[in-house]
Design a protein around this ligand. Structure first.
Ligand code: TYM
Length: 328
């Protein structure tokens, strides 16, 4: 069986983009593959975080992954900082990564532009820690949205360089990107990716939003001045709504076009809003149930960390040996 690894930052509640682009697929892959998933709290502190809030968001994100279908009995589900192997391997990989490579990362460029007063070393080396997450398990496949592709390519390059220098060791990870929904766009500016950090709250659907909020946000979604529901170059707003509708209903674009032939954008937006809200209803219910059961959550993440540590510990020890460290 191939090994899957992926991670998500603890923002407490995920966006519809996180859900469609990545998290939804995590659960679906569990029966076919060995899966390891984590909440990346160490990545989160590359930007300023309030400690109490980070802790709460991390626990909520953990529960939310379970509510989205990740089953800690089938997958290894843990919190990144609980497996110190990631930080250990990060150092080795950092010493095999060039300043120039990290400087070219678009996410680094974006984030340093956004926070010019806090361009810290962690923000710069964010991608080496991400590479460590993946390589510490020798993962084959990494289910992510399109925005993580560049980081994944870097992880492959670092692995390749290590293998050349020290002998064949790391598996080169492949991105696993869905054909439809790999980049869900902002509802307000459909040429920009949907992101929780958007200043306009109407731009982004949070998966714990209630039904009325979801419908209201879709009603306000920016479209175009035509009145034709079809998937076509240049119709960014409608293309995005069709993509979302397709992902939550399973209907293809042709079917959606005929379903809404002759209907107005108002009807379509309402239908998308309702479909999304109904699709997310069980996630909300399950999250409410799980997040109240602190003892059970703790049991799950403790066990997850033990398994993750056992798995990655073997690989990281071997990497240390390859580099020339004295065995401990
Ligand atoms: P993060 O936390 O920003 O996002 C989690 C996942 O959601 C996907 N995603 C989207 N997909 C489609 N449309 C969107 N608008 C959208 N927004 C986000 C992301 O591509 C991602 O798959 N660096 C990673 C976390 C990470 C990681 C890892 C991932 C750390 N270590 C190791 C894979 C493997 C990140 O910040 O994702």
């Amino acid at each position: 069986k191939k090994l899957i690894f992926s991670g998500i930052q603890p923002t407490g509640t995920f966006t519809l983009g996180n859900y469609i682009g990545a998290v939804r697929n995590w659960g679906a892959l569990q029966d076919q593959y060995n899966c390891i998933y984590c909440v990346v709290d160490m990545h989160a502190i590359t930007v300023k975080q309030e400690p109490a809030k980070l802790r709460q968001n991390t626990l909520n994100s953990y529960a939310l992954l379970m509510a989205c279908g990740v089953d800690p009995q089938k997958s290894i589900l843990f919190i990144q900082s609980h497996a110190p192997t990631h930080a250990e391997l990060n150092w080795i990989l950092g010493c095999n990564t060039q300043f120039g490579e990290l400087s070219r990362m678009t996410q680094f460029k974006d984030k340093s532009q956004k926070h010019p007063d806090d361009i810290n070393a962690g923000l710069f080396t964010y991608p080496t820690l991400m590479a460590a997450d993946i390589l510490a398990y020798n993962a084959d496949l990494v289910p992510v949205g399109v925005d993580q592709k560049q980081h994944l390519e870097l992880a492959r390059n670092i692995a390749q360089r290590f293998n050349q220098r020290y002998g064949e060791f790391f598996t080169l990870p492949e991105p696993y990107i869905p054909e439809v929904g790999a980049k869900i766009m902002s509802l307000q500016e459909p040429t920009k990716k949907m992101s929780k950090s958007d200043d306009n709250p109407n731009a982004c659907i949070l998966i714990l939003d209630d039904k009325d909020t979801i419908i209201r946000k879709f009603k306000r979604a920016v479209t175009d001045s035509e009145a034709e529901i079809c998937y076509r170059e240049g119709k960014d707003g409608i293309n995005n709504l069709m993509t979302i509708y397709s992902c939550v209903t399973g209907k293809d674009f042709k079917a959606i076009e005929s379903e809404f032939a002759g209907k107005g954008y108002g009807d379509f937006k309402l239908a998308v809003g309702e479909a999304v809200a109904d699709h997310l209803e069980p996630v909300r219910t399950e999250f409410a149930r799980l997040s109240g059961d602190k003892a059970y959550l703790k049991e799950c993440y403790t066990e997850g960390a033990q398994k993750a540590l056992r798995y990655s510990g073997r690989i990281v020890s071997k990497a240390f040996h390859k580099v020339g460290f004295v065995d401990r």
